[in-house]
Design a protein around this ligand. Sequence first.
Ligand code: ATP
Length: 353
Amino acid sequence: MSQTIAISAQNVIKAFGHGEHAVRALDDVSLDIRKGEFFTLLGPSGCGKTTLLRLIAGFEMPSGGTILLDGADITNLPPNKRPVNTVFQSYALFPHLTVAQNVAFGLEMLGKSKSEVSARVAEMLALVKLDHLAARKTSQLSGGQQQRVALARALAPQPKVLLLDEPLSALDLKLRKEMQIELKRLQLETGITFVFVTHDQEEALTMSDRIGVMSSGHLQQVGSPKEIYTRPRNRFVASFIGETNFLPATREALGYRLDCGIVVQAPASQAQRVTLTIRPEQLRLVPEAEGDVPVKITNLVYFGTDTHCHMSLPDGTEVVARLQSPSDGESGLQVGQGIGLRFLPGALQVLEE
Ligand code: ATP
């Protein structure tokens, strides 16, 4: 099994400062990142994701716990002794050197022969599609081109793991979308394990093989984008990734009784009092008599392809459904209207608090 694990963080703790001013940036984090996967650390600002990346890189030492790479303990190795490279948000290129010289830099530091260096630089520039700019100074490149140079430079020494710290956040939206596809392609073509840090949930969902969702120094859930989206473990994960609805309920012999009195089906849980969750696109509007529960429409918001229909359940709980807008844009729904709400079978999930 350890053959397939690239990075293993075991009970990692990182505290900054002392006494009452101490901050636990990471509080007992254990995580296995598989070889060859695109793994994303996702969470809000301050949750500890950059700290975890810096510990893997060796820029910080943990206060407790162990970090393994390919099964070997690297916890106390300095950064330059780790087969790991980092791409920073700021790119950190050498502005006075050419594109080719920037990419060659790490290889020369490793003492590679001249012919080896130039062959590898050519290969890397072809990979990031910058062969035509090899002789250009990096100060004369666009943001997107600089990003490609940074990637080529980091990939050139063939690291076992590439760490990427919000590398796309300085780019405008259009370029960011292009680079998302480009990064994914680079990862697939090189087969190198990527560990990508972002606070952008859409970026995480579209690019990753697996995502680790973090908050307050804790790993909240690890899973594929689909698992995280469709089976969020707790309230934090459900609300951080996409929009969702929360329905307070009580467990009974035959299912869960929502606070509005209706009994619904959802996976088994230990707790008596629970919160159920369902995504807006998993709600259907039907004639009142055919619904699981009667609701009143409180607001309709038109988003082009979608219309968001806000409703209140009989106990006052607010929910939102995402409906595909009809081609003429007229849904036939009205604020104040009573209607039936149906939950897609199997869609209700139970959250741990
Ligand atoms: P962001 O997206 O804003 O970079 P993050 O999730 O990457 O946030 P970290 O940078 O890992 O979060 O920081 C986690 C916590 O540790 C924060 O509370 C931060 O203030 C604290 N922290 C990080 N580095 C240091 C440091 N060198 N000294 C003191 N506190 C630090």
